[in-house]
Design a protein around this ligand. Structure first.
Ligand code: BGC
Length: 249
């Protein structure tokens, strides 16, 4: 147990609705603690979110480097497009924002890339070759692409314009279902359309579904008519946490 404690890395998966952390063994991808969740502050701005991160860090009494999956484009730790967060996130160095509040260092990667990384290394994607697309279904639609197991960072298929929507995630995500009060069936038909468009654009060999709504796949799989094989990430909602922790080398 002591060895485990020494190796534990705190992974935090930051979403538009919730922020979840757990201690992870970065070698095996196993969770070494319960998950701790705080709601994402409604403002979704840097200050309030840094405070929420502080709460998570304090909960675990954690002193090391923290791995974070963040729900925007992340390049070299900088948020390049604020996505579903407050627009003042744009061009912020996420590590600096969180470090100023907590005193700790953070390695920050895109949330869907993190979830995909965990799934490809410890989950149902292990050993899968060709082009694999991880799709996380949450407040937005995240995508993490892997070619022969290697991450291609910052695929942003949720940003494709669709009909009158600036981005298809505003129409086909869990966020859209909540906003419009859709039934799961109505939402699934939209999500299926999203997968068909993704197929046309990138011809993947496999889709892996993660994020909150992937847990309900059995309820809507009969409505999905993509031709690409689909698997549900068995790590489900923990993939983001595990992948975030794995980003800490
Ligand atoms: C962002 C992505 C993110 C996804 C899921 C989208 O709005 O553009 O970077 O992965 O939401 O959180």
């Amino acid at each position: 147990p002591l060895k485990q404690l020494l190796m534990a890395v705190l992974g935090i998966d930051i979403g538009g609705t919730g922020m979840k952390g757990a201690l992870v063994d970065p070698l095996t991808g196993e969770l070494l603690s319960e998950r701790f969740r705080v709601p994402t502050p409604q403002k979704r701005n840097p200050k309030s979110m840094a405070k929420a991160v502080h709460k998570i860090v304090t909960h675990f009494d954690y002193k090391g480097k923290v791995g974070v999956g963040f729900p925007t484009i992340i390049k070299n730790g900088v948020c390049l497009s604020s996505g579903n967060l407050h627009k003042s996130w744009k061009n912020q160095n996420v590590n600096e924002v969180f470090k100023e509040e907590t005193g700790l260092d953070f390695i920050v990667v895109n949330d869907a890339d993190a979830a995909g990384y965990a799934t490809m290394n410890y989950g149902v994607g292990k050993g899968e070759t060709g082009l694999v697309l991880m799709v996380t279904i949450g407040t937005g639609l995240g995508s993490g692409a892997f070619y022969n197991g290697e991450l291609i960072p910052n695929f942003e298929l949720g940003q494709i314009p669709y009909k009158k929507f600036k981005k298809i995630e505003d129409w086909a995500s869990n966020g859209a279902m909540q906003r419009e009060g859709l039934e799961i069936d109505e939402w699934a038909i939209r999500f299926s359309k999203f997968l068909k468009i993704a197929e046309l654009l990138i011809a993947p060999d496999l889709f892996i579904l993660g994020g909150g709504l992937s847990k309900r796949y059995d309820e809507y799989k009969h409505l999905i008519n993509a031709n690409t094989p689909i698997r549900v990430a068995a790590l489900r909602n923990n993939a983001g946490i595990v992948g975030a922790a794995a980003a800490v080398k």
